[in-house]
Design a protein around this ligand. Structure first.
Ligand code: ADP
Ligand code: MG
Length: 638
């Protein structure tokens, strides 16, 4: 008997759970489900974001609904359209083996008559945003006078968004005898007020510490000058070729502008905010879920509660005003037990906010330096090499090989390799040779005007490259331990361990260099020889710049980069444009702009099919047309 069976769930749900691949209930599920199944009760459940609250109310709800009765028996209120659709979808998955259950989503921006029609056909469960629900009640398009269950999901956010009056009014339209289940990440006063006003003796469940962030998320900040914010964002993306991220801005305008700039610069990005039409937003979300977009630039409201698997990074392009909002943002990653990184790009004047956040989330930030151009080039190059190594060959190619061989036959293997990787690499090296170092570390970091990497003369540390990484099941901590043991060094002798997918970097003081080179180059890891080299960069040896004393790499968490995903070197730079802007025109030619504006703009290896896990059968490389067929697509320029 698995743990879900012990909770009292019925056969059809257990079967659906098997399909979902959930092995064990999460804590909030374990606590809430038996209570909700056992009796009709009100409940307040507090659990941080990403802990599985949807199923915690969804499973019991599906089990309790009478499928033979076509009347509306349950109302789930949720703050945004995206969330409303997400919950609807989840509930449909949960009930797929339960005949006759209909779940209908009701939200603004789509046809109200169509939604009314769907309800009329018999919807036992309505999932709604408060505004549209109120609208439907006013127009007499829905009857919730006899519901048995009302779920308030993400209650804190609904109230944050100013839905208090709507919620009160909607609840007044429901019978007193119903059960109300309130799910929330936090319990601000307004939520407590709703609970007090509309619930009777609710059972209370709290999972984890109130207001604390998820422990699967590590937090990092990068100090930059205000004018370098955008450049920093690009470098972070370049230093993480497999990034799959939500980038938060404060306003719709910034959101739109940053997304456009990224697209302009050849990144696969799109904007998500409230000024887009519903169709556009749906299109963006679909592309993001399908991983045709690597960087979803979003406002807090639009991205609230979004649950997309395997988001590797949340980027706070600008910090939010409210610390609570930071929690919601970082909760977009590190979901379902996976690791994630929340990055903050911060200027000096905002630094004290970092300390406030640390106090609230009870987790420390790691301070990191924006990767230097050289470091990025190194990462990109090795990523490309690994990508080439791992590429599966489709034998269709055999047909073309004779002609290709013909062209390339005079090249030696070495030349061929050099040229092949250069196709891609040249863009990065050319770009970064010309671009200055933007890290605000150590104060005296010099601007680099030529190709000589000045960071070479670091403050003593030697940086190494080693050909083992997360693919070999290392994270920074285990690699540090491994190195320490293998090299018989102390804990603090190895620092700045940065684990990527197929390789890693670390530092030691120079007196250990001989040992590192001798010993490591002669050990094997599961039959494979380890190769260690002195890296061409110091990885920003100096980083304790602003009196945040004691933060200097003493074994604190190193980045959680190197997400484990499939995916192209170039990923999908074919950029989907979100429908928000129309200035389009011909994006081909003509608009080449400053060649220096991004390493991604030029050339090369435009790689293969759009990214999707497990290799997809999707059409090769195209951008999604977000419900706006008049908009020209950006097509490849190379
Ligand atoms: P919350 O509402 O608490 O923020 P969600 O309900 O959106 O969290 O769930 C977060 C993610 O965890 C979803 O992708 C969901 O499919 C997954 N998940 C939920 N419960 C389980 C479970 N028992 N085992 C594995 N994954 C789960
Ligand atoms: Mg949720």
């Amino acid at each position: 008997m698995n743990k879900f069976e012990q909770l009292g769930l019925n056969e059809s749900l257990l079967k659906a759970i098997l399909d979902l691949g959930f092995e064990n209930p999460s804590e909030v599920q374990e606590k809430a489900i038996p209570l909700l199944l056992e009796k009709d009760t009100d409940m307040v459940a507090l659990a941080q974001t990403g802990t599985g609250k949807t199923a915690a109310f969804g499973f019991p709800l599906i089990q309790k609904i009478d499928a033979d009765n076509r009347n509306t028996q349950a109302l789930v209120l949720s703050p945004t359209r995206e969330l409303c659709l997400q919950i609807t979808n989840e509930l449909k998955n949960y009930s797929k083996y339960e005949k006759g259950i209909n779940v209908v989503a009701v939200y603004g921006g789509a046809s109200i008559t169509e939604q009314a029609r769907e309800i009329k056909r018999g919807a036992q469960i309505i999932v709604a945003t408060p505004g549209r629900m109120q609208d439907m009640i006013n127009r007499g398009l829905v009857n919730i006078k006899n519901i048995d269950y009302c779920v308030l999901d993400e209650a804190d956010e609904m109230l944050n968004m100013g839905f208090y009056d709507d919620i009160v009014s909607i609840l007044s339209d429901t019978p007193d005898e119903k059960s109300t289940w309130l799910f929330s990440a936090t319990m601000p006063q307004e939520v407590a007020r709703i609970a007090k006003q509309f619930m009777s003796e609710p059972l209370e469940i709290t999972v984890g510490t109130k207001n604390s962030g998820s422990s699967t998320v590590s937090h990092e900040f990068y100090l930059v000058n205000a004018r370098d914010r955008y450049e920093a964002l690009k470098r972070l993306a370049d230093a993480n070729p497999d990034i799959f991220s939500v980038v938060f801005c404060r306003t719709k305008r910034d959101t739109q502008a940053i997304a456009e700039k990224l697209i302009e610069d050849g990144y696969s990005a799109a904007a998500l905010h409230g000024d887009l039409s519903q169709a556009q937003r749906d299109g963006v979300m679909k592309s993001f879920r399908g991983r045709q977009i690597q960087m979803l630039v979003a406002t807090d409201v639009a991205a609230r509660g979004i649950d997309v698997d395997n988001v590797t990074h949340v980027v706070n392009y600008q910090l939010p005003d409210e610390i609570e909002t930071y929690n919601h943002r970082s909760g977009r990653t590190g979901r379902a037990g996976k690791l994630g990184t929340s990055i903050v790009i911060v200027t000096k004047s905002e630094l004290r906010k970092i300390s406030s956040i640390e106090r609230i989330i009870k987790q420390k930030f790691e301070e990191k330096s924006i990767p230097s151009g050289i470091e990025i080039c190194e990462i990109q190059l090795l990523h490309l090499a690994n990508k080439i190594k791992d590429t599966e060959v489709d034998h269709e190619i055999d047909n073309y090989l004779p002609a290709i061989n013909n062209v390339l036959e005079d090249l030696s293997k070495e030349e061929l390799i050099k040229k092949m990787v250069s196709v891609e690499f040249n863009r990065f090296i050319t770009y970064y040779k010309k671009n200055r170092d933007i890290s605000v570390g150590g104060g005296e970091r010099r601007e680099r005007g030529d190709s000589e990497p000045r960071e070479f003369s670091n403050n003593g540390a030697v940086r190494y490259f080693v050909n083992i990484g997360s693919r070999d099941n290392f994270d920074w901590m285990s690699l540090k331990d491994y190195l320490k043991e293998t090299l018989d060094l102390g804990r603090d002798d190895i620092f700045k361990v940065d684990v990527k997918e197929g390789f890693s970097f670390f530092n030691t003081d120079p007196q250990h260099t001989d040992k590192v080179m001798d010993v490591l180059n002669n050990v094997q890891l599961e039959g494979r020889r380890i190769n260690v080299e002195i890296s061409k960069n110091d990885g920003g040896g100096r980083r304790d710049h602003n009196n945040r004393g004691g933060r200097r790499d003493s074994g604190r968490r190193e980045g959680n980069f190197a997400p484990r995903r499939e995916g192209g070197f170039r990923s999908d730079r074919n950029s989907s444009r979100d429908g928000g802007s129309r200035e389009g025109g011909s994006r081909d030619g003509g608009f080449r702009g400053d060649r220096n504006s991004s390493p991604r703009r030029e050339g090369g290896f435009r790689s293969s099919a759009p990214r999707s896990e497990g290799g997809s059968d999707r059409a090769p490389r195209r951008s999604e047309n977000f419900g706006d067929s008049s908009r020209p697509r950006r097509s490849r320029r190379d």
